[in-house]
Design a protein around this ligand. Structure first.
Ligand SMILES: Nc1ncnc2c1ncn2[C@@H]1O[C@H](COP(=O)(O)OP(=O)(O)OP(=O)(O)O)[C@@H](O)[C@H]1O
Ligand SMILES: C[C@@](O)(CCO)CC(=O)[O-]
Ligand SMILES: [Mg+2]
Length: 398
């Protein structure tokens, strides 16, 4: 079979409001980041499937014949992308030697890769020899949607390589995006990768990885917010490791234990997202005022308290909030919480010295901290000419 080689990338994300509540049907607002995951797919004649994941120090290969055996035993078929094929996941777990409940970083990444590779190529009747190398600018497992960017890249590259979706690149451009219906397929396929890594994802992270921009996400309905002011955001990584899967399951346990206490909190988060959306829209249609920023800051503070009530806070995040507040800035965790990253809203008039001093205070705690740009493009295909040299260099090593 003819394999179309490609380089693709997808952005990470920050959730402004609605993490966790979105898993239970509430509204979330999320933005793409200018930090991306890159994937290079190459055809080989080695009769092997190789995966190189330098961010997590994982380099593996399998004989195609062994994977073909797995495929014929499982009877997996392409097209069943809306439901996770539990039987195939079980076979893959046995094949890779990963016990159910094992949340090890490498195991999750390998399972997600093999699952998407097999289901995508099952439809073509053949499993090709390929080498897939992934490199990300995102911290892994820190709340910035690294799992979704990884799954979106896998889906886009494997669907394109198999010819299931066309390659959008033409001779005239070095970076291109897929048509809407192709992106929908990429998003649905990536969602299965997220299911393997997260357990019960809402789909918001892979939607941002696919479409980019600033999105409202509600029970699978994705709306791009076109009227938004340019927000300045500081990102801080507390470097406290956590697992989205464990945190999402923890909130579900709390809901089951105390439904009458936790459900109103989720409703209240929903109202936070709606109020934020309305405020952003007012700011975009008029000149943003200090009063608008007062509202945004108060929403951030309330939402952070709600996340603590849900049990997904962490002392390292409380410390981040305290440090920024001492400089007059408001912060909350972003993503699944339990450590990981937080966002801090900067006002347009926030002085450069205040930003620099805040960044220094946070770095003194051992945190990484930087100002970020939001609203980056979603999944893209690139010619090598359009990829930063340092990224090409890493990808070329394998
Ligand atoms: N660059 C990468 N290479 C290989 N695997 C990756 C990479 N980035 C993420 N992953 C996979 O995603 C997992 C991290 O996903 P997890 O959902 O816990 O964190 P996150 O996506 O960064 O945060 P959040 O879901 O809160 O936004 C890792 O354990 C790994 O399996
Ligand atoms: C915690 C969560 O709401 C966001 C993780 O980035 C999980 C999800 O929506 O899948
Ligand atoms: Mg994730």
């Amino acid at each position: 079979m003819h394999i179309k080689e490609c380089i693709v990338s997808a952005p990470g994300k920050a959730i402004l409001h609605g993490e966790h509540a979105v898993v239970h049907g509430k509204v979330a607002l999320a933005v793409s980041l200018n930090l991306r995951t890159y994937l290079q797919l190459q055809a080989t004649s080695s009769s092997k499937v190789c995966i190189n994941l330098p961010n997590i120090n994982t380099f593996l290969s399998w004989d195609v014949t062994i994977l073909k055996q797995l495929l014929s035993d499982s009877g997996a078929v392409l097209g069943v992308v809306d439901e996770l094929d539990g039987e195939l996941v079980k076979r893959l777990r046995d094949f890779v030697g990963v016990a159910n409940g094992n949340l090890d970083t490498r195991s999750m990444a390998i399972l997600a890769f093999l699952y998407i590779y097999i289901t995508v190529f099952a439809g073509t009747g053949d499993l090709p020899s390929v080498t897939v190398s992934v490199w990300s600018e995102l911290p892994t497992g820190a709340g910035l949607g690294s799992s979704a960017a990884y799954s979106v890249c896998l889906a886009a590259a494997l669907l394109s390589a198999s010819g299931t979706i066309p390659s959008p690149l033409t001779d005239l451009e070095n970076t291109a995006r897929w048509a809407e219906e192709d992106m929908e397929l990429i998003n649905r396929c990536a969602f299965q990768g997220e299911r393997i890594i997260h357990g019960n994802p809402s789909g918001v992270d892979n939607a941002v990885g696919t479409w980019g921009g600033i999105l409202r996400y509600h029970s699978g309905k994705i709306t791009t917010l076109s009227r938004v002011p340019m927000l300045r955001i500081l990102l801080t990584n507390t470097k406290v490791a956590r697992s989205t899967k464990v945190l999402v399951a923890g909130v579900k346990d709390k809901m089951n234990k105390f439904p009458s206490i936790i459900n109103p909190v989720l409703d209240s988060v929903d109202a936070i997202s709606s109020t934020c959306e309305q405020t952003l829209s007012e700011m975009a249609s008029d000149t943003p005022t200090p009063e608008h920023y007062d509202v945004l800051e108060e929403l951030i503070d309330i939402n952070q308290h709600q996340l603590n009530v849900m049990g997904v806070g962490h002392p390292a995040i409380d410390r981040l909030c305290g440090i920024t507040l001492a400089r007059g800035l408001h912060s909350k965790l972003t993503g699944a919480g339990g450590g990981g990253c937080g966002i801090t809203l900067l006002r347009p008039e926030t002085e450069h010295s205040v930003v620099l001093n805040t960044i220094q205070d946070l770095r003194d705690c051992g945190y990484d901290c930087w100002e970020t740009r939001i609203g980056a493009a979603g999944v893209q295909q690139h010619s090598p000419l359009a990829v930063k040299e340092e990224v090409l260099e890493v990808l070329a090593r394998y």
